[in-house]
Design a protein around this ligand. Structure first.
Ligand SMILES: C[S@@+](CC[C@H](N)C(=O)[O-])C[C@H]1O[C@@H](n2cnc3c(N)ncnc32)[C@H](O)[C@@H]1O
Length: 447
């Protein structure tokens, strides 16, 4: 195992030629057509430096070591400017080289083809997925990633095993602080969680946004497999009342938010109890978008300042939302409009839990004449043709709910299927969205 990185090995002293000129001449010289191909143009290296021999002069660094290597146009231009040619030593060190250049210099020849420096970032933490052949160099690779990315303080390598129940990756620290509690931003929300103990996948962020867009701010949303809340928290930020559940106590711990009611139980239990729970303990009514900080500040300023005729400024819904109207109060919220089920490996197998969920007297009263909730259920399929994927998924959903007919029948919206991403060459992740069939939710099932 190669464990230490010798940064001093990356020092280079390169003798070059430089043109000594007055400070006032440098601007024009840098722009001169004749000098275009002759001036030093390296990333992170300044083309003009103070002359170490006389700080009143400047040295314009040239890309050549000998005068004979200058182009004829450059030589003529320098002569006209009365520039004096002199030697200069360019000092490059570890900071100059890119991560790839450093690893190219360290790794053996047979490993130079691939790029082990690819990584994803969550908060301050970079996670790599190193192939076995790079493992003897993992600490050096980690150190280079750490050195070359200012935002990163911790570097981990994902191990090949995933926690089968809670779906998070096992990982090992390869550089930096052993601090796995990250603060990550997605959909204008801040998430704090222990990356080594919960599921998080930044590649799902468009899927999170896609579903949250479908929610109305007045909706009650039940997230059966909520994780640390990438659907739940943005939905609550929008105004939705959210019931967020996750069996992993570590996810539950971080599930917070004004309108997020968290629970930590098996998804099946959660589905069975959630409707009654929301009836027993309704959410406050939706009172309009929350005022932004600047709107609140402006409102306070107006309240404190001299009286202004009310017609001279506009009162927005947002600005009024902090003082709920005492005349027409919207109803409190207890009817669920959406179920979210992102546990693609097995979410479909939980669908039988919906059988008879609205059978109780109070649930019947609430849901019998109201629209049924939408169910958004994530799943995998090995059918890569869209039509075959749809057939495979809808059949599994119907079977699991004991539905004796095709999903999306009379009076129901069409079933929609959304391809979330391809997870392997022969495996796609989908989200199937459908309205919970009445005969399933009101089915008389034995307790
Ligand atoms: C694929 S993750 C999705 C998390 C989050 N919704 C997201 O989109 O990133 C699935 C989550 O389900 C939780 N989980 C696994 N089995 C569960 C069960 N039987 N009941 C409830 N939650 C479960 C895991 O802990 C994990 O956080």
């Amino acid at each position: 195992m190669k464990e230490t990185l010798d940064r001093s090995a990356f020092r280079r002293s390169i003798p070059i030629l430089a043109a000594r000129v007055l400070p006032a001449q440098t601007g024009l010289m840098l722009k001169a057509e004749a000098m275009k191909r002759s001036i030093m143009n390296l990333p992170k290296v300044r083309s003009v430096v103070s002359d170490p021999a006389d700080s009143n002069d400047r040295l314009v660094l040239l890309r050549v070591q000998h005068e004979a290597d200058l182009s004829p146009e450059a030589r003529t231009y320098l002569e006209h400017q009365n520039a004096v040619l002199t030697t200069y030593t360019l000092e490059l060190d570890y900071d100059y080289w890119t991560a790839d250049e450093i690893l190219q210099a360290i790794l053996p020849e047979n490993l130079l083809e691939g790029s082990p420096t690819g990584f994803a970032i969550t908060g301050h933490l970079a996670h790599l997925n190193l192939n076995d052949e790079y493992l003897p160099y993992k600490y050096i690779i980690g150190q280079v990633v750490l050195d070359k990315n200012k935002r990163i303080r911790t570097v981990v390598n994902k191990l090949n095993s995933i926690d089968t129940q809670f779906r998070f990756f096992k990982m090992e620290l390869i550089a930096g602080e052993p601090n796995f509690i990250v603060e990550h931003h997605e959909s204008d929300c801040r998430f704090t969680f222990d990356f080594s103990k919960v599921y998080w996948n930044s590649r799902l962020h468009t899927e999170h946004e896609r579903l949250v867009q479908q929610f109305d701010p007045t909706d009650v949303v039940a997230d059966v497999f909520a994780g640390v809340g990438p659907f739940a928290v943005p939905a609550a930020k929008k105004g939705c009342a959210v019931l967020a559940n996750d069996l992993n106590p570590e996810s539950y711990k971080w599930l917070v938010g004004d309108l997020v009611r968290a629970s930590c139980e098996d998804g099946r239990e959660f589905i069975r109890k959630v409707a009654l729970g929301a009836l027993d303990n309704p959410f406050p009514p939706y009172t309009g978008p929350k005022a932004t900080r600047s709107q609140l500040k402006e409102k306070r300023r107006q309240q404190q300042g001299p009286p202004i005729a009310s017609s001279t400024f506009e009162v927005t819904a947002a600005a009024t939302s902090t003082t709920p109207s005492n005349t027409l109060q919207p109803p409190s919220r207890s009817r669920i409009s959406h179920f979210v089920m992102n546990l693609p490996d097995s979410a479909i197998t939980f669908l039988d839990a919906f059988r008879g969920i609205f059978n109780g007297e109070r649930e019947k009263q609430l849901y019998l004449d109201a629209p049924m909730p939408m169910v958004h259920c994530h799943c995998f399929t090995r059918e890569l043709e869209p039509e075959l994927a749809k057939k495979d998924i809808t059949e599994r959903v119907q079977d699991r709910m004991g539905l004796g007919r095709a999903l999306g029948g009379v009076e129901e919206d069409a079933v929609s299927l959304h391809l979330v991403r391809s997870v392997a060459p022969n495996k796609d992740m989908y989200c199937i969205s459908f309205r919970l069939p009445r005969e399933v939710a009101f089915e008389a099932v034995e307790a």
